[in-house]
Design a protein around this ligand. Structure first.
Ligand code: ZN
Length: 280
C-alpha cells in the first residue's frame, strides 16, 4: 500500500490515496510535472480542507479536479479545493455537471434529509456547501496532460449513475473507478441503471488493459479480478430483473433472490423495472 504521507498513502509512484473514514470514501491525487490532479473531492468543506492539507504536504503544484460522478461524497469539496488553486478546472461527465448545475439545490436538500437522522453533523455540513459543478465536461472520453503524465477519462455508459467517469493512469496502470466499483459495501443503486451497469463494466474490462491497482469509490484498493467478480454479480442481478419484469413478478420477490443485501436489491429492482419500462 506504500508509506502513509500526511494522510495520503502512495499506491503507485506519485499517486496518492486519501481515505475519508466518514462513508469510507476515497480521493486520489495524481501528481504530474506541472499539475496535480485530484480525483473526487469528498463531502464537505471541512473534509476538503483536510484533503487539501494532505495534498500540500506532498505537492505545491496547481490543481485540477475530476469528479467521478455527481454524488455529494465525490464532489461537494470542489469549492474549497478549487479556491486553493487559481484557475483550477473541474472535470466531470456532462450528465454529472448538468445534475449539479440544474438540480443541485434539490439534491442538496434530499441528501440533507436523508442523512439527518443517522449522521446529523454530516447532514448539516452538506447543507452549508456551496455547490461548484464541473466546468469542463467529458462525453465519452478525454485525455489530460498533467506534465510528463497523461490521464485518460472514460465514460463507458450508464451504471451507478447516468454520468460516471473512470480515470485511467496508463504509465502505472492504475484505475480510479468511482462508485462503478464498490469494496466496503454493496453497490449503491439509488440513482443507478442496473440493466446497463454490467455492460458498462464489461466495456471497461474490454477496453482498458488489466489494472495493477483499482481504486473503488469506497473501501480498500482492489484488482481486476475483483472488478470481474462484481461484474458477474451485477450481471446476475440484471438477468433476475429482466426475468422478473417479463413475468410481472413482485419486485420484493425478485430482490430476495439477488446476490446483494435485500434492501439494496429492492432499490435495484425498482430502478431496473423503470429502466425496462423506458421510464428512466
Ligand atoms: Zn455514488
Amino acid at each position: 500500500m506504500g508509506a502513509a504521507t500526511g494522510g495520503l498513502a502512495e499506491i503507485a509512484p506519485e499517486i496518492f490515496l486519501f481515505r475519508q473514514p466518514v462513508l469510507d470514501v476515497n480521493a486520489v491525487v495524481v501528481v504530474g510535472a506541472e499539475v496535480a490532479a485530484v480525483i473526487d473531492t469528498l463531502s464537505t468543506d471541512a473534509q476538503a480542507a483536510e484533503l487539501l492539507d494532505a495534498i500540500r504536504a506532498v505537492t505545491k503544484l496547481p490543481l485540477v479536479l475530476i469528479n467521478t460522478h455527481h454524488h455529494f461524497d465525490h464532489c461537494f469539496g470542489n469549492g474549497v479545493l478549487a479556491a486553493a488553486s487559481p484557475g483550477c478546472a473541474i472535470w466531470g461527465h456532462e450528465a454529472a455537471a448538468a445534475e449539479l448545475r440544474d438540480h443541485g439545490a434539490r439534491w442538496q436538500r434530499e441528501w440533507y434529509e436523508a442523512w439527518l437522522s443517522t449522521e446529523p453533523e454530516l447532514a448539516q455540513a452538506l447543507a452549508e456547501v456551496e455547490i461548484r459543478p464541473p466546468d469542463r465536461t467529458v462525453h465519452s472520453e478525454s485525455t489530460m496532460d498533467i506534465g510528463g503524465r497523461v490521464l485518460e477519462l472514460h465514460h463507458f455508459g450508464r451504471g451507478h449513475t447516468e454520468g460516471d467517469i473512470v480515470v485511467w493512469v496508463p504509465d502505472v496502470q492504475v484505475l480510479v473507478a468511482g462508485d462503478l466499483v464498490e469494496q466496503s459495501g454493496p453497490p449503491d443503486f439509488e440513482d443507478s441503471y442496473p440493466i446497463e451497469w454490467p455492460e458498462t463494466l464489461a466495456g471497461l474490462l474490454q477496453r482498458l488493459p488489466p489494472a495493477r491497482c483499482v481504486v473503488p469509490g469506497h473501501g480498500t484498493t482492489v484488482d481486476t479480478e475483483f472488478v470481474r467478480g462484481q461484474h458477474g454479480e451485477l450481471t446476475e442481478l440484471a438477468w433476475l430483473i429482466r426475468e422478473g419484469h417479463a413475468d410481472g413478478a413482485d419486485p420484493d420477490t425478485v430482490a430476495a433472490k439477488a446476490p446483494f443485501p435485500v434492501e439494496v436489491s429492492k432499490t435495484a429492482v425498482r430502478r431496473g423495472y423503470a429502466e425496462l419500462a423506458g421510464l428512466i
